[in-house]
Design a protein around this ligand. Structure first.
Ligand SMILES: Nc1ncnc2c1ncn2[C@@H]1O[C@H](COP(=O)(O)OP(=O)(O)OP(=O)(O)O)[C@@H](O)[C@H]1O
Length: 250
């Protein structure tokens, strides 16, 4: 179980301190598939990065299977079984795809690397020796990142917009891979703007303005997203869009 208790995140932006996450409380169970959605800038990636230890919270606690991991850094959290597939994966000059998969897998061997590369739609013969630098396209680096996350033994796997940069023809296959990787021992969290991803989640979490606005079982949340959280008119939402997410600021 992953528990997030009264979590706050402030980031220093020049001389200003910006409050990014406010009083986040969540209890996520193993075996469940969660989707986090909400308007741009709502705090989804910041929450993922705070769980992973990339951002350090100012207040609150993160507890994994009864252990308080709040003071732990990224490596310690990764060792506890938290994995994160970035929205925009980093590129590593001087490292090959094979090197990246080796670091990720710990126990995996060449046959696992080939199997996973094939599964994400990349031909191993063509990609294993490729440098993980800017020569890779956005979709290619996203697939390599996905392969590396799927190679790791994990308790919590966070996928940040796995649909981003992936072509229309491959998206369903990528989603199936994520679903197949999910099991009773894993907490799967997918940050997404895609209704197809929402349609396979057990529970949906709606974030906006750095807060959790609503969370619950898929069907109820899909109804809410369709009706309650849509603007009916421009007047409903200062500066909002008709048909877009309701503005929570008012
Ligand atoms: N390092 C940072 N410095 C300043 N502001 C930041 C930083 N990281 C995030 N923010 C701000 O925090 C807010 C939340 O950003 P975040 O990336 O978590 O949103 P998101 O819900 O993932 O958005 P999207 O759907 O667009 O990916 C945004 O307003 C963003 O500009």
């Amino acid at each position: 179980m992953l528990q997030i208790k009264s979590l706050y995140l402030e980031i220093q932006n020049g001389t200003e301190s910006v409050e990014i996450l406010k009083d986040i409380n969540l209890t996520l169970q193993r075996g469940k598939f969660y989707a986090i959605t909400g308007p741009n800038g709502g705090g989804k990636t910041s929450l993922a990065k705070t769980i992973m230890g990339i951002y350090r919270s100012n207040k609150g606690a993160i507890i994994l299977d009864g252990e308080d991991i709040t003071p732990f850094n990224i490596t310690e959290r990764a060792n506890r079984g938290i994995s994160y597939a970035f929205q925009n994966p980093a590129r590593f000059k001087g490292l090959s795809v094979r090197d990246i998969l080796k670091v990720a897998s710990r126990e995996g061997d060449e046959s696992d690397f080939k199997r996973l590369l094939k599964a994400v739609g990349l031909c191993p013969e063509e990609y294993l020796e490729r440098q993980c630098d800017s020569s890779l396209s956005g979709g290619e680096i996203k697939r390599i990142e996905l392969a590396s996350v799927l190679l790791k033994p994990s308790k919590v796997v966070i996928y940040d917009e796995p649909e981003a940069g992936v072509d229309l023809w491959s998206f369903e296959g990528i989603l199936q891979l994520i679903k197949n990787h999910h099991n009773q021992d894993i907490i799967t969290i997918v940050i997404t703007h895609h209704e197809r991803v929402l349609s396979v989640a057990d529970e949906i979490i709606l974030m906006s303005d750095g807060e959790i606005k609503e969370m619950g079982e898929r069907e109820r949340m899909l109804e809410l997203l369709k009706y309650k959280f849509r603007c009916e008119s421009w007047e409903d939402c200062e500066g909002g869009e008709k048909g877009g997410f309701r503005c929570f600021r008012s």
